[in-house]
Design a protein. Structure first.
Length: 392
């Protein structure tokens, strides 16, 4: 069975509404006309019969019509209302039939015109694929619901294209980062074990262990990044100031002065991911700092978590790149064994999972200030908050 298209249904609706409206209007008009004609012609028959009987003054009186009776009419004028109404109904029927055909044709054309943007959207969607996200609808015309739908579809395609491009870059960069330690391991095995000696074996062993640790850190970072992008399954209340205090105690300062201002703040989220978020921010502030520099970390109810350092100058147009996977401010750090280029991208993913807003601005004297504000952050302790203190 062939399905009915939207155009057919719209045409049927247009024609049906027109037909019902026309028949109703004509029926009411003819009914009112019938009542009016019957009343007028009844009065006219009485007047004609009365005029014909008035000159016969000497004739014997004839009995008048009884109450509610209608005088007899031999002139045929009583059939005139039925004749008029019959002719009216005939003309109305022909008019309705002709206008019904016209309404079907006009409704079909109008439905096609209204659905033309929908067909354009459908054709664009059929041409799209993961490797071809460049087409856009770019619907022209008045600002209505269909143009809004087309603009929304184009915006969605822009986001999909950015996401696909980012995914391709991420895959390429991840493949490069994973291939580098494998190449180092292969070289160490092929060259280092070519002429094995106790000293060379010990050196190769240390090199292989370091490469293995780097690969493990990279894989762990990728897993955390994926977990942050997938969102949170469960949430619990976390004292952000206590968590940050623990992170500071676990992170080596490396010659950088760490200054802190921690006020009681409670947020809803995953304590493990929040710990990684704070640790990455602090580690980044220490790693990309100047000798004898300062790293400030603040927790406040109004601003959330803020980490700033006194590192090198960061151009305004490069700030957004730092939160993309495998993107570093200085190209020379690409080959660093201690950095995977995922620190701030993991921070951004964890912030998205917690529905938090993250902003980063360059400091006037160099360095970066990163602020993470959570939507449910509150000040003060909550019942049972001491349990987290004991677990920390």
């Amino acid at each position: 069975m062939k399905r009915r298209t939207v155009r057919v249904r719209l045409t049927a609706v247009y024609s049906g509404l027109f037909l019902v409206t026309s028949v109703t209007v004509l029926a009411i008009t003819n009914l009112l006309l019938k009542l009016k004609l019957e009343k007028r012609f009844t009065n006219l028959r009485f007047n004609l019969i009365g005029s014909a009987a008035a000159p016969s003054t000497t004739a014997a009186p004839t009995p008048g019509p009884t109450s509610g009776s209608v005088p007899s009419d031999s002139s045929g004028i009583g059939y005139l209302p039925d004749t008029v109404l019959g002719y009216q109904w005939s003309i109305a029927g022909v008019t309705i039939a002709v206008l019904t055909v016209v309404s079907i044709v006009v409704g079909w054309w109008l439905a096609g015109r209204l659905l033309r943007p929908v067909h354009q959207i459908t054709a664009t969607a059929r041409r799209l694929s993961l490797s071809n996200l460049t087409d856009r609808i770019a619907l022209a015309g008045p600002r209505d619901e269909l143009s809004e739908l087309a603009d929304t579809f184009d915006s969605m395609l822009d986001r999909l294209q950015r996401s696909a491009d980012s995914q391709r870059r991420f895959i390429a960069n991840a493949a490069h980062e994973l291939r580098t330690p494998l190449a180092i391991q292969r070289t160490a095995i092929e060259i280092g074990l070519d002429d094995p000696s106790p000293e060379r074996l010990a050196r190769v062993r240390e090199e292989l262990l370091e490469v293995n640790r780097r690969s493990e850190r990279l894989i762990d970072s990728l897993l955390i990044l994926a977990q942050g992008d997938n969102g949170l399954e469960t949430r619990e209340q976390v004292r952000l100031d206590i968590l940050v205090r623990r992170v500071i105690g676990e992170t080596p300062a490396g010659g950088v002065q760490i200054r802190r201002q921690l006020e009681p703040v409670t947020v809803d989220g995953d304590p493990v991911l929040l710990h990684r978020l704070a640790a990455n921010l602090l580690h980044n502030a220490i790693r990309y700092n100047q000798p004898g520099g300062v790293a400030d970390i603040n927790v406040e109810p109004t601003t959330g978590l803020t980490v700033r350092n006194t590192g090198p100058d960061v151009p305004d147009d490069r700030v957004g790149e730092l939160f993309e996977p495998f993107r570093r401010l200085h190209p020379e750090r690409t080959g660093s064994a201690d950095s995977t280029g995922l620190g701030l991208s993991i921070v951004a993913a964890i912030a998205r999972a917690h529905d938090a807003t993250i902003t980063a601005v360059p400091n006037p004297g160099g360095g970066l200030a990163v602020t993470v504000r959570f939507p449910t952050q509150t000040d003060g302790l909550w019942p049972g908050g001491a349990d987290l203190l004991s677990r920390s």
